[in-house]
Design a protein around this ligand. Structure first.
Ligand SMILES: N[C@@H](CCC(=O)N[C@@H](CS)C(=O)NCC(=O)O)C(=O)O
Length: 241
């Protein structure tokens, strides 16, 4: 059994979708990041960066002690290798999927995260920051659109690169993106939505996400903003006791 440390966000969905697509049994441990549960010592022992998702595999390949993994990209690779699915074994196919996975981890996630921050959550509207991140978001959608022009899935065959990217396209409206301007991304996004594994993975904790977005503007209350946006080295040092 795999423990999935999770909250329903684009980074969390990557792993719930992967577990569903790979048909690996798992047990969800919710980490309410708006209430500081990512700073609990038991969680930090697994995920020292105080971020979810993370997993603990109690039945790792080859046996032995449980294995914990943090960072969604590392988790996707671990699960793909464990299950032998969605990451090609040949050197070319593997390199192709890993480059698009890293593209998501280094760009399509972090830049869109900054877009959400300055567009929606920041207490003051900073036009330069909004413009910078909305433009960069649009550039990245343009790159993905080109990649998908001649491929059904990001790397040809369906892979962990698709699972990594899809959740970040879900809030495209909030990113200032009109999906109709990116017709290949639109086609791929809709095709992903049709996959039963994506539907099951996305539905994990959906009621929590719906309740948050109905009750708070942008889905985040003041307490959550304090927990998430005021962190520094002091926060990390204090969390260790
Ligand atoms: N690079 C990390 C990013 C994970 C991440 O940013 N998770 C956010 C939610 S989407 C989180 O746990 N935030 C808690 C916090 O900021 O304290 C990954 O891909 O796993």
């Amino acid at each position: 059994m795999i423990d999935l440390y999770y909250w329903p966000t684009p980074n969390g969905w990557k792993v719930s979708i992967a577990l569903e697509e790979m048909k690996l049994p798992y047990d969800v441990k919710y980490v309410n990041i708006g209430r500081g549960e990512q700073f609990e010592p038991e969680f930090l022992a697994i995920s020292p960066n105080n971020r979810m998702p993370a997993i603990v595999d109690h039945d790792p390949p080859g046996g032995g002690e449980p294995i914990s993994v943090f960072e969604s990209g590392a988790i996707l690779i671990y699960l793909a290798e464990k299950s032998g699915q969605f990451l090609p074994a040949d050197v070319r196919g593997r390199a192709h999927v890993l480059e698009w996975l890293m593209w998501q981890m280094g760009g399509f996630g972090p830049m869109l995260g900054q877009n959400h921050h300055f567009n929606i959550y920041a207490p003051e509207k900073v036009p330069y920051a909004i413009d910078r991140y909305v433009k960069e978001t649009s550039r990245l959608y343009g790159v993905l659109d080109k990649q998908l022009a001649e491929r059904e899935w990001i790397c040809g065959d369906y892979s962990i690169a698709d699972m990594a990217c899809w959740g970040w396209v879900v809030p495209h409206d909030r990113q200032g993106i009109d999906l109709d301007q990116f017709e290949n991304v639109r086609r791929w996004y809709d095709a992903m939505k049709e996959r039963p594994g994506v539907q099951r993975g996305f539905s994990v904790g959906l009621e929590i996400r719906r309740a948050m977005s109905q009750s708070q503007q942008g889905g985040m209350d003041e307490e959550a903003k304090k927990v998430l946006f005021g962190q520094s080295a002091d926060t990390v040092r204090k969390a260790d006791g």
